[in-house]
Structure formats: structure tokens, C-alpha cells
Design a protein around this ligand. Structure first.
Ligand SMILES: *Cc1c(COP(=O)(O)O)cnc(C)c1O
Length: 323
């Protein structure tokens, strides 16, 4: 097991209102070397890779992908190699650091600027003993990690560590995180609505795909939930994307500043937009208890960058992925 569970759940009194309490589920703290949401997926993906005798994982992500970094760090610890087909994304200091850290951890990175390049390269990269893991680690196996996370939350509520949320706000990228939470909350009999804040274009994520992933994860576990409960438990909120994936928004930057005042570090791609949505739900006063599920690692980057190439030393085709 990579992760240290349960992760804490905290009341954020300073960002609550008299009507609505803000809670934060601290999945930034899933693991000390590198945390965030990808750790929970890898806690199911890597044992599955070992069961299958996989020698190399081939996966896909944006140039600054957290998923590719986490996969490289923890697969390499287990002697499994990682190839990443990396797509282009807007340049940010954070994204560049992620790629540098991935390379420092031993990633074999191949530039595939557009999805069509990924599809073209994949057959030629693939060889015997490889396992192709989709973007974000969001196959049914990885999604079980978030099904378990929602059960963990239900147990924390049972123990009186937090009030049952009316709304759970979480980022929606490749969908495994939101899908697992929807499935786990429904299986636990919690009526919370998961507000999945879409940070990619509608063609890449939506309710249909997310619910299909929720069902596929349930099918791999002993837990059960009705289709009606899954359907009721998910709302996709596409109102925070701005110009697109990886482009910062004014609302996101404002939310980042407020989060920083309360000790929470956010990134422009996922968590700034999602936290902005959570704050809006708190301020609307429509729900009593809003839980923001924090998904970005807060582990220090310095140790991961110590052995990483400098930006100036990136291969030109990798450097060119940052537009
Ligand atoms: C990958 C990621 C997400 C999105 O999770 P998905 O399961 O891909 O939808 C959210 N936040 C952060 C920080 C991430 O790295």
C-alpha cells in the first residue's frame, strides 16, 4: 500500500458562513513522497500490474500530468518501467515542474502533442509485457480506489469526525475520482450530491462516461448501488472551465488566494477551478454542509526535483509541448 489512510477531514471555519459549513477531505496527504488523488488509484492499479506480471506501464497524460508523475514514482519503486505519451498543454511553472520530476523519476517520455499523435504512436510503442493504463489511471481498477475512499468518508462520518455532506465538490478530469466517489457514497447509503467540476472540454468528460465508470468499479467490488441512486448522486458542473484545460481563470486565481490564506495550495488546472466552485456553493447557502475533496499533492517538490533535468535541458520535442 502506498497511501496512508484515512486521510484527515477538516472543518474550514474561516471559509464557512453561518448557514453553510465547508469541510475539506485532505487527499493532498495520501502519501508523504507524493500525494494527491492518483495515489488511491495506484493502490489498486499497481497490485493489479504485479498480478498480471506487467513489466512496463504505457500511459497517457498532458505534459505536466500528475498521474504520469505518480505512476512513474510508485511503479519504479516496484521495478515496473513507465512510458508516457505526453500531450501539449498551456505552460505553467507547476506543469513544467511535473514533467521535470517525472523525468527525474525515470519516465520514458514521448511527445504526442495531439490525441491523434497518441493514437498513432501507441501501436508502435506497445510491446509484450506492457499494460496500457488510460489517462488519469481512470480504468475500472483505478476507480475502485475512490470507491474505497468514499467508504472511508462514510466511516469518518459514522465516527462523528464530520457531518454528512449535502454536497461533495470534486474535480472532473478523466473521471475516476468522481465516479468512485459517486459509487461509494451510493453504496454507503449517503444521499450527498457529488458536484463534479469539469476541467476538460465536454467531449472528454461528462455524466454518461462518469456513471459508466461508477458501475464498472462497483462490478469489481462486493458493494452494490442502484442505477437510480448513481444517477441522483451526480451533477456535472461545466461552468468553471474558462478557455479550456490548463488555462487559468480569474475565479480560480481568486479561490487560490483564499485557499492559500487557509493553508491550502491549489493548482491552476484542477483544484483552483474546483475550489472556486466549492466556495460558490458555500456562499449560495443552498446546502448546510459542503465538502471539498482536495486532490492535489502537498508533498514538497524539492526532493523530487533534486535529480531532475533543468527545463533548459528538456528534449526540444518535450519542451515544445508547453504552449
Ligand atoms: C487527475 C487530477 C484530478 C482529476 O481526477 P480524475 O480522476 O482524472 O477525474 C483532480 N485533481 C488533481 C490535482 C489531479 O491531478
Amino acid at each position: 500500500m502506498i497511501g496512508r489512510y484515512p486521510t484527515p477531514i477538516e472543518r474550514f471555519a474561516g471559509l464557512s458562513t453561518p448557514r453553510t459549513t465547508l469541510w475539506v477531505k485532505r487527499d493532498d496527504l495520501t502519501a508523504p513522497r507524493y500525494g494527491g488523488n492518483k495515489v488511491r488509484k495506484l493502490d489498486f492499479l499497481l497490485p493489479e500490474a504485479e498480478r498480471r506480471g506487467v513489466r512496463r506501464i504505457v500511459t497517457i497524460g498532458a505534459a505536466g500530468s500528475h498521474h504520469v508523475l505518480a505512476t512513474t514514482l510508485y511503479a519504479r519503486e516496484r521495478g515496473i518501467d513507465v512510458v508516457g505519451l505526453m500531450t501539449s498543454q498551456p505552460r505553467s511553472p507547476h506543469a513544467v515542474e511535473m514533467l521535470r520530476a517525472s523525468l527525474g523519476a525515470g519516465l520514458d517520455a514521448r511527445a504526442a502533442p495531439r490525441m491523434s499523435d497518441v493514437l498513432r504512436l501507441l501501436p508502435s510503442v506497445r510491446r509484450k509485457g506492457d499494460w496500457v493504463v488510460p489517462p488519469g489511471g481512470s480504468n475500472p481498477v483505478g476507480t475502485v480506489g475512490y470507491l474505497e475512499a468514499a467508504i472511508e468518508l462514510a466511516e469518518q462520518i459514522d465516527r462523528g469526525e464530520a457531518e454528512a455532506p449535502d454536497v461533495v465538490v470534486v474535480a472532473l478530469g478523466s473521471g475516476g475520482t468522481a465516479a468512485g466517489i459517486v459509487a461509494g457514497l451510493a453504496a454507503a447509503g449517503l444521499a450527498a450530491k457529488v458536484v463534479a467540476v469539469r476541467i476538460v472540454p465536454p467531449s472528454l468528460a461528462g455524466a454518461g462516461r462518469t456513471l459508466a465508470l461508477a458501475k464498472a468499479a462497483l462490478a469489481r467490488s462486493v458493494l452494490r448501488a442502484s442505477t437510480a441512486a448513481l444517477f441522483r448522486g451526480l451533477e456535472v458542473d461545466g461552468g468553471w472551465l474558462g478557455r479550456g484545460y490548463g488555462h487559468p481563470t480569474d475565479e480560480g486565481e481568486a479561490a487560490s488566494a483564499r485557499a492559500a490564506d487557509h493553508g491550502l495550495g491549489l493548482d491552476p488546472t484542477y483544484t483552483a477551478k474546483t475550489f472556486a466552485a466549492a466556495l460558490a456553493r458555500v456562499e449560495s447557502g443552498a446546502a448546510r454542509h459542503v465538502l471539498y475533496w482536495h486532490t492535489l499533492s502537498s508533498a514538497p517538490m524539492a526532493p523530487l526535483l533534486a535529480s531532475a533535468p533543468a527545463e533548459a535541458d528538456l528534449a526540444p520535442e518535450l519542451a515544445a509541448l508547453f504552449r
